[in-house]
Write a protein that binds this ligand. Sequence first.
Ligand SMILES: Nc1ncnc2c1ncn2[C@@H]1O[C@H](COP(=O)(O)OP(=O)(O)O)[C@@H](O)[C@H]1O
Ligand SMILES: [Mg+2]
Length: 292
Amino acid sequence: MSFSESLLSLRLSIDYRSKPDVLRNLALQMRRGEILGLVGQSGSGKSTLALAILRLLGLRGGVSRGEIRFQGRDLMSLSEREMRELRGRQIGLVLQSPLSSLNPALRIGTQLAEAWRAHANGNREDCTRSILAALKSVSLPEGERFLRRSPSQVSVGQAQRVLIAMATLHRPPLLIADEPTSALDTITQAEVLRLFASLNRELGMAILYISHDLLSVASLCHRIAILHEGEIVECGETQQIFAQPTHPYTCQLIEALPRNPFESPDRGNTPGQQAMETTDVPAHVPAGKSQQ
Ligand SMILES: Nc1ncnc2c1ncn2[C@@H]1O[C@H](COP(=O)(O)OP(=O)(O)O)[C@@H](O)[C@H]1O
Ligand SMILES: [Mg+2]
């Protein structure tokens, strides 16, 4: 990967006091505008990595060593004040449980306005305009009426859209989505996956999409990184991972799927098309990106 293409490049080791070596010299790279899927079983260290990139691991009592380069800057050497400026503005974060991520006591509009003011100066009209545009980009078009609702008056799927709007309000070049569909039913899951694909396509936003579900990852991501026992054991183009998995754990993951999204006995073998027809969401097929 050339320097100009690189958005994020990291090499990290992470320990918790009671659990050392959660991640062991883990290396990962992301290009601008790509969707990278990070797949690993529960407890493999996915959330640990997400928090470490945002330098929030201290909240959990974790310690990280190594290097995180983001847009040419070394995040490990930034001050906490510089990191606060970067979080939300340069790197957005969406978590698994939408309702518990929203403040139940505040209206949706108030929470979005707070997120806007954290990184922008402007009057009330500027703020409202940005928020309404953000709601529209996540297909919550009801506008001002919706903003007056409290979190208890929206569905889980709507709450997740609000959080995605919040995380993308400042159009960050990188969005980290940590199991963002785990709390959603399958139809809402598919809608949210489509939303990520359109945010990526329309805003050019890179997404680190974290999930234990290889099938949803396959339908959305340009590349996939497989996390196993604290290391990335395999990383490559989505179609290549399915066609030629090299690590035994990846083979196990693929064999455990009810179907291979890139294989169909009674159709021609056009992998992207296969994904579009066989998975629950329209495939966001990578356009000629080469392997790192
Ligand atoms: N605050 C903590 N203290 C000690 N161990 C932790 C802490 N948080 C997570 N762990 C452990 O680190 C490992 C990775 O956790 P996590 O990153 O949450 O995994 P994942 O997101 O892949 O499910 C797990 O074994 C978990 O039990
Ligand atoms: Mg997790």
